[in-house]
Design a protein around this ligand. Sequence first.
Ligand code: ZN
Length: 120
Amino acid sequence: MAHPYHHALSSARLWGGVPEDYLSLHSWFDQSKLIIADYRHRALRHHAEGIFMLEQMYGTTRRLSTGRIIPTRWIGEQHVREDLGRIPSFADWVRAIRPEPWMGRATTLRFEDAPRGGRA
Ligand SMILES: [Zn+2]
């Protein structure tokens, strides 16, 4: 798996500046390694919505140390393409999840049992 620093090096080659101009954004993408240590961690942020979440987190544009301003989404698109070869939608990831009974198990909600004005 590519390290965020290597993605940042790639960004600097593409748009100028230094890896540190990009490292926090690439690290945000890969923070999901905290919860799963193999490539499945990518299901959390490596998709089209994840790229838009990056934009919401870091703003529409990024000012580089050179003064150049680039769209934040360019950086997200680069990261996802370098890891996956394309930009999937979240639906692509969901199709790969095998449904299990516990995922749809519902219980009666307590408020439905409570009489009006009574204790829940
Ligand atoms: Zn990644």
